[in-house]
Design a protein around this ligand. Structure first.
Ligand code: 8YV
Length: 311
């Protein structure tokens, strides 16, 4: 008798297969959330999610024994924090351990975009080098870098940009005079005065679509946009318009509004670099993030104070 054997089916693939499995085994449908909750709701005391799953009100309300959400991400925009506060559910994230990687990637994106690194690689692989002639790139060193959000990651990007002799300015909720960078009170003014605009702030109601058409036009046909924050920081439809109409010089993006969907209009553009959300995706950093997720859970269940609490 195999009825007690749990078989997990990952997605709907064949109703015949589903029926045949269900007749013989304890079939768990990965996409059938209500059934999953019925089975596990009273045993789950902790949730581990990431930047894309988060934890919404439906999940939180469905788990009556839930005590803590330990997120494998620094960004917590997809966790219903209001709901967590209301229910006394603790929330932790993974700050600091990924700062260097994300800042490194921001510089990598700038260099890839301005120096046309991806295009150069395609040029060699397609053997065009053997008969062709390559278009000149744009210099990075010395260009003005504007950073949107001067938190841990924004500051790490600023330091790196300084090493490239770039004048650094920023926009953020609060002025940070100790850091010595030029502050602009609006994103439009920051964009007007930057060759390169880097998005590095958390996603909140105030920062959703903070890079709108006005900001893109202020950055202009010679300016470029780098996004290592969150897709919804940028009005993606306006970005597509600005790039296809030549009103913006270029964009290098690690994040998108509807991941893993990327607007197809961007694919033919050579002044665009597209990455699949890999800001923190190195072995070293993911292991450090994992250790922090586990350490927060252990601290919580041992009654000790959390290492990196958000709520
Ligand atoms: C991760 C991230 O890749 O930390 C974040 O907020 O977006 C990334 O570091 C992600 O959490 C893993 O899915």
């Amino acid at each position: 008798n195999m009825e007690s054997i749990g078989v997990l089916m990952m997605c709907p693939m064949s109703s015949y297969l589903e029926n045949e499995l269900q007749k013989r085994f304890n079939l768990v449908r990965f996409w059938n959330f209500p059934v999953f909750l019925e089975t596990h709701r009273n045993s789950i005391r902790a949730v581990v999610g990431n930047a894309s799953t988060g934890a919404d009100a439906e999940l939180i309300d469905g788990l009556p024994k839930l005590e803590i959400i330990s997120s494998f991400s620094v960004g917590i925009d997809k966790i219903d924090l209001g709901k967590c506060k209301e229910k006394g559910i603790r929330v932790t994230n993974t700050p600091d351990v990924l700062t260097e990687d994300v800042a490194d990637l921001a510089i990598g994106l700038i260099l890839a975009l301005l120096r046309r690194l991806c295009e150069c690689d395609r040029y060699v692989r397609s053997r065009k080098w053997e008969y062709g002639d390559f278009q000149l790139a744009t210099k990075f060193s010395g260009k003005s870098v504007g950073i949107l959000g001067l938190g841990r990651i924004g500051t790490a990007i600023a330091k790196r940009a300084e090493a490239f002799s770039c004048p650094v300015s920023y926009y953020s909720r609060r002025v940070k005079p100790d850091l010595g960078y030029k502050y602009y009170p609006t994103v439009v003014e920051l964009a007007q005065n930057s060759d390169i605009l880097v998005v590095a702030c958390p996603l909140t109601d105030e920062t959703r679509h903070i890079v709108n058409r006005h900001v893109m036009d202020a950055l202009g046909a010679k300016g470029v946009l780098i996004n290592i924050g969150r897709g919804p920081h940028v009005d993606e439809q306006e970005l597509v318009n600005a790039l296809t109409e030549g009103r913006l010089g270029g964009a290098a993006l690690d994040v998108f509004e509807q991941e893993p969907h990327v607007p197809e209009e961007l694919f033919p553009l050579e002044n665009v670099v597209l990455l699949p959300h890999v800001g923190s995706s190195t072995v070293e950093t993911e292991n450090a993030m994992a250790d922090l997720v586990v350490a927060n859970l252990e601290a919580h269940f041992a009654g000790k104070s959390l290492l990196t609490p958000v709520v």
